[in-house]
Design a binder for this molecule. Structure first.
Ligand code: ASP
Length: 314
């Protein structure tokens, strides 16, 4: 493992966009997740169908030339609006009974990134994160003042009565995320969540922390995580996976190395990981992860698990 890490460090360089390949490449891919889960019975057929159809739809957009950044914002924004997952409209509430949303987005062609945390009244947190990425000189804004700032950048308020979950409802899964490869050869990733139930007001999870819950680098991989966010922060999980891919590991093995390391300490979760060849992995140390995939050579599918859970924490 050390050799892999050293090799990765030796070849680190800021990724450049491969715009010259745009016309030549037919390759594209979109991977989505709708959250890690510990209790499979709670997953509805509607969630599984929605995520598969969304992968098919975003795949068509990529085939027509959409950028990876547009694709991940489109996918995560749709899941936020759907009311089916723990993100955006159907986010679970904190221990005081109100929603605090976190989201992030990253462009693997130039390492630009944007994130927002603890937003209480913004309609699309992932769009707010993109505005931070593209219209400000910052990467992360949080809380009341961060929310006032994204409003200035153009993020819409949530309409009255927008949020669906009441303070009494509990839900352990449903964070959403997307990773995409566009026909220019560029990667992007985005993630959005309400966190987990009974969180303390002001708590930020891994989702707004670039390198923990979200990362994209054309030199490595695009990653979106779900699960126990504190552990993804402690392990800088998404960035670690990208570095391992850059050092030569495949997306499955690189993701498993990091998830297994986390599971040794009982930090459970899942990731979706995509490289510039369109290789996709969705391993989990939880019981499963709702995920979907479509590419130039794979018809859209959705699944609840990829294989047996990783690690010895189960
Ligand atoms: N990772 C999210 C958080 O800790 C929760 C989840 O993915 O279920 O905020």
């Amino acid at each position: 493992m050390k050799a892999v890490l050293f090799a990765a460090a030796a070849t680190l360089a800021l990724g450049a966009a491969h715009a010259e390949d745009c016309a030549a490449s037919t390759d594209y891919a979109i991977g989505l997740h709708g959250g890690a889960y510990t209790n499979g019975e709670n997953i509805s057929q509607q969630q599984m169908t929605y995520i598969r159809e969304l992968a098919a739809q975003v795949g068509r957009q990529l085939r027509a030339g959409a950028t990876a950044v547009d694709a991940v914002e489109l996918a995560v924004g749709a899941m936020e609006e759907s009311g089916l997952y723990n993100a955006g409209r159907a986010s679970i509430t904190n221990q005081e009974g109100y929603v605090e949303n976190d989201a992030s987005i990253m462009d693997g062609s130039n390492l630009n990134a944007g994130s927002v945390g603890s937003l209480i009244n913004t309609r699309s947190p992932v769009h707010a994160a993109r505005l931070v990425m593209e219209k400000s000189r910052h990467v992360m804004v949080v809380g009341d003042r961060g929310e006032a700032y994204v409003r200035e950048l153009g993020a819409d308020e949530a309409p009255k009565g927008w949020f669906l979950k009441s303070g009494s409802e509990k839900d352990e899964h449903g964070t959403v995320g997307a990773v995409a490869l566009d026909r220019c050869g560029n990667l992007a990733a985005a993630t959005s969540t309400g966190g987990y139930d009974a969180k303390v007001p002001g708590r930020l999870g891994d989702v707004p922390v670039i390198g923990a819950g979200t990362y994209a680098d054309n030199q490595g991989a695009a990653i979106s995580a779900t699960g126990h966010g504190e552990w993804f922060i402690r392990h800088a999980a998404a960035h670690s996976i990208s570095l391992l891919v850059e050092g030569g590991l495949g997306v499955q093995e690189a993701s498993e190395v990091v998830l297994e390391r986390m599971a040794e300490k009982r930090g459970l979760g899942a990731v979706i990981t995509l490289d510039t060849e369109g290789n996709f992995a969705a391993p989990h140390s939880t019981r499963g992860v709702i995920h979907a995939f479509a590419s130039d050579d794979t018809d859209a599918y959705s699944k609840k698990t990829s294989a047996e859970p990783l690690g010895r924490a189960n």
